[in-house]
Design a protein around this ligand. Sequence first.
Ligand SMILES: C[S@@+](CC[C@H](N)C(=O)[O-])C[C@H]1O[C@@H](n2cnc3c(N)ncnc32)[C@H](O)[C@@H]1O
Length: 192
Amino acid sequence: MIYDDHAKRYDKIMAPLERAFLSRWRKDTLSHLPKNARILEVGAGTGLNFVHYPDSAHAVASELAIQMIEIAKEKRSPISLLQADAEMLPFVDGYFDAAFATLVFCSIPDPEKAFKELKRVLKDDGKVILLEHVRPTGMLGYLFDVLNVFTVALMEDHFNRETAKIADAAGLKVVEVKTKALGIVNLIICEV
Ligand SMILES: C[S@@+](CC[C@H](N)C(=O)[O-])C[C@H]1O[C@@H](n2cnc3c(N)ncnc32)[C@H](O)[C@@H]1O
């Protein structure tokens, strides 16, 4: 998987973005999670969200690329860390209170399938919180359609996904979409 190749460089590449705005956005995103609950992160990468986790009854960080997990392991231990495909989660139905992902649904091959999996492993009153780059509206959207051809080929990264619409199509209730950076980034809050 492409993120196995990027793992060693990932934190260094992200560092300027983290300093400029991303770390703040991560903190804001995770502030929507319930406290002392069972929390699942999908596509946890190298664990850049770990410092922002709320106090949890049980927090599980899942990630597909084993090399990303190796880097994440160095960051913080109280979180259970495991290899799992977001399209096929190894959890029983209705186990978690909330799930979240940051910058992940752009690279999952079948995002609708992954949203259906999140819905399955969440309780009936569960929440899904997402921070994702998406296809912006207006003229910028067409530019992202063009960019998408290259980003998919080079990085398996989809630059024109309409992630809130995909979540809705998968049966989640999208209750709020906050736009950031000219609508290129969305904070999306869903309920089961
Ligand atoms: C851009 S990185 C984001 C990592 C981390 N969430 C962050 O915010 O820094 C995308 C991550 O999604 C993971 N990913 C892609 N497809 C996945 C899948 N089907 N299941 C689980 N993780 C996946 C990649 O391995 C990679 O670590």
